[in-house]
Ligand binder design. Sequence first.
Ligand SMILES: Cc1cc2nc3c(=O)[nH]c(=O)nc-3n(C[C@H](O)[C@H](O)[C@H](O)COP(=O)(O)O)c2cc1C
Length: 246
Amino acid sequence: MKLLLINASPHGENSKTLLLARRFIRGLTQNPAIPLERDTFRSYHLQSMNIQECNACHCCWQDEENFTCRIQGDDMNEILSDYRRADLVVWSFPLMFYHFPAAMKRMQERLFVMLSPELVRNQAGYTVRPIGAKFFSSPNRREVFISTAAFPTVVHNYEGVQAVLRMLYEDRADEIFMPQSTLFNQPIMKRKIARYLDLVESAGAVYSMTNGIDARHRARLQELLLDEDFYIQESNRQNEKTVDSF
Ligand SMILES: Cc1cc2nc3c(=O)[nH]c(=O)nc-3n(C[C@H](O)[C@H](O)[C@H](O)COP(=O)(O)O)c2cc1C
């Protein structure tokens, strides 16, 4: 089974989200249902790559069979080739202005080459141009979106991202969204953060290519580390001393 990691944090190795993603992947390596082919594991760090914007020329729709994009010479072809072959794609991104970081958005827009020109109503009720299954090696592929965010909740924060996931992937995408990420910097929260990371790893260890993250892990991963109002109060108090948060 081929695994692909796509990281869109500008924080490089210091990315909190990447820490979560790597723990999830570590869990996958212990998962008997996911026989990973280690030598085929690829990872891309979008912030250090050259990915140009889709120029909306629609050339790819005129030559659907050959799957060609007029933009050549940047790093997108390499990513696309692994993206098409992957059985499981793990995305790692910080939430930025209630959405994907710009580097990730730019890459996603280049997935246009895979969209069918035909408009259809998907199972989630959205009218979309679906990603063509013919582009993928595996008909049962899944995508896991892992993200951290500094605001206190997932609600009223991730709605834009969640809508896009339902439009593009319907029920083939899973999410691990961890708000309150400034708590990573608080020594007093060390044990709670460690428990959350253990939970992320164990979600990977029992991940299913049919059903994704199981209901028990989904529920526990959604539990807030701190009460929303208390987090706001503490976050604002900390901000008087530091600017290390949004
Ligand atoms: C430009 C910018 C925009 C951000 N927008 C949001 C936001 O809309 N909601 C939120 O909860 N956090 C927001 N954040 C905070 C980051 O999502 C948060 O710090 C994240 O944990 C960083 O993850 P990383 O260490 O993996 O890069 C923003 C941060 C920056 C720098």
